[in-house]
Design a protein around this ligand. Structure first.
Ligand code: C5P
Length: 218
């Protein structure tokens, strides 16, 4: 049986950085489920689908074939055969993902893909509903969080380092809006699984968080 680690938490808590590092240390595959929802959102943006039109999202998602490949240990998302990794990490795609991911039709399709990956390999998978819905029997579950101000500041520093101009207050507002949508949607809302360990990273370094999680995995 494969060994599964589930990491859930709000936007910008550092899930992907931490999960990628822990996967490397433990020799697991890192599965970034947010990237799958982002690829679906990119498809909707390209198709000009209105984010407020739930029926159109549910209908259009049938035309999006999303698959995953691993190249040198890195997850590559293919959208109808095209490697779209380079287009996924923008604020526009992230915000659209938080709207389109609320659609049950979108979730059903991507959860199937996620469960198939976890069934055949040892994985560390991050997202919003991994411990609660996707992998309810994961051997280790972690709920990773940090205050919205700390998360906004990390994102601000990341964008500034890339030379992009941005506004800290606007980022914080976007993060809080996204958290609200993710936590209050009807299907698979973001919440801590009852058997998940809470790790608040507000006052922790990346190394401290990695060590904590590696210790939890054992
Ligand atoms: O984690 P990331 O910021 O890449 O996720 C983008 C969006 O995808 C989230 O705001 C959330 O709405 C959605 N998502 C989800 N379930 C997951 C992973 C991501 O609904 N398992």
């Amino acid at each position: 049986m494969s060994f599964n680690v589930a990491i859930d938490g709000p936007a910008g808590a550092g899930k992907s950085t931490i999960a990628r590092a822990v996967a490397k240390k433990k020799g697991f595959i890192y599965v970034d489920t947010g990237a799958m929802y982002r690829a679906m959102a990119l498809f909707m943006l390209r198709e000009g689908v209105d984010p407020a039109d739930a029926a159109a999202i549910a209908d259009k998602c049938k035309e999006a074939d999303i698959t995953i490949q691993y190249v040198d240990g890195e997850q590559v998302v293919l959208l109808n055969g095209e490697n779209v990794n380079a287009y996924l990490r923008t604020e526009e795609v992230g915000n659209m993902a938080s709207t389109t991911s609320a659609q049950p039709a979108v979730r059903t399709k991507l959860v199937e893909l996620q469960q198939a990956l976890a069934a055949k390999s040892d994985v560390i998978m991050d997202g919003r509903d991994i411990g609660t819905v996707v992998l309810p029997h994961a051997q280790v579950k972690i709920y990773l969080t940090a205050s919205s101000m700390v998360r906004a500041k990390r994102r601000y520093d990341e964008l500034t380092a890339k030379g992009e101009s941005c506004n800290l207050e606007k980022i914080r507002q976007d993060i809080e809006d996204r958290d609200y949508r993710d936590m209050h949607r009807e299907t698979s809302p973001l919440k801590q699984a009852e058997d998940a360990v809470l790790v608040d990273t507000s006052d922790m370094t990346i190394e401290q968080v990695i060590d904590r999680i590696v210790a939890l995995i054992g």
